[in-house]
Design a protein around this ligand. Structure first.
Ligand SMILES: [Zn+2]
Length: 267
């Protein structure tokens, strides 16, 4: 009998565990709602498999294609771009697992729609922001430039010893492909900033090649990361393909990450 009782308990525990996970899960429709709320000036509505924009165009959410990680990076649909949850606070537990790149999976059509379809259109959306004795260009659409100003205000409050990490920047706006790929970098839209390269660790500079990522390294203090995250920026130091100088404005991923944190670090 004890054996049967133990087995029954185990089944109950297993079912309970599955149910708890299901309850904690952040559904695709919830993620899409968060996306819509993050860009209210761009997204009018979500209908079935479509995002409807205010300009009357629409975008497919799920292309129905099953992809491996490399293909997802190259040909992400909207669903893919929301598939990995960016870890906030205690949910970030150290070097990212293989192919865990939350935010690095992007849909370029969507990014173009947000910030400018061509180089000249993106450039027209830029504004200048003062940055520790210099000025940087950042995209004014969807609150990106305002968010960077708030980051600067948060960084100004940190003790002086942190300034060397960010008072020099390696750039914001630069219409270019991601190194070694044919995909536009977020820098093309002026929605990302690279801080001081002197303290940066980048998987490619460490000798990485596609399919072979070197051991994780980082020198950026978490206080700096938190200042950016607080205002809607994700950090490339939380990627398997680590890029620790890189911060980009992705308020939808920060909002999904917050919800996951509240629910006990949903993955
Ligand atoms: Zn960058």
């Amino acid at each position: 009998m004890p054996g049967i009782i133990t087995a029954t308990c185990l089944i109950v525990l297993l079912i309970g565990g599955v149910a708890a996970n299901a309850a904690n899960d952040i559904s695709l429709s919830r993620r899409l709602e968060i996306l819509k709320n993050a860009y209210p000036d761009a997204i009018k509505d979500i209908q079935a498999n479509l995002i409807i924009m205010h300009d009357g165009t629409s975008m497919q959410i799920d292309d129905g294609i099953t992809k491996d990680h490399q293909t997802r990076l190259k040909k992400a649909d909207i669903k893919d771009s929301l598939s990995q949850i960016y870890p906030l606070g205690a949910c970030f537990t150290g070097p990212p697992n293989r192919n865990f790149d939350p935010g690095r999976i992007r849909n370029s059509q969507f990014m173009r729609m947000l910030y400018g379809k061509t180089k000249s259109k993106a450039r027209n959306n830029l504004t200048r922001i003062s940055w520790f004795g210099s000025r940087v260009l950042f995209n004014r659409r969807h609150g990106a430039a305002e968010a960077l100003e708030l980051v600067r205000e948060s960084l100004e409050k940190l003790p002086e010893k942190y300034a060397r990490y960010f008072n020099k920047t390696a750039g914001t706006f630069n219409w270019r492909m991601i190194s070694g790929t044919k995909r536009l970098s977020v820098h093309s839209f002026g929605a990302a900033i690279d801080i001081n390269t002197r303290y940066a660790n980048y998987w490619r500079w460490a000798g990485g090649k596609p399919g072979r990522v070197p051991k994780y390294q980082n020198q950026i203090p978490h206080e700096i990361v938190t200042a950016f995250e607080r205002h809607g920026f994700i950090w490339g130091g939380k990627w398997y393909h680590f890029d620790t100088m890189h911060f980009e404005y992705r308020p939808e991923l920060i909002a999904i990450g917050k919800l996951a944190e509240e629910r006990g670090c949903t993955r």
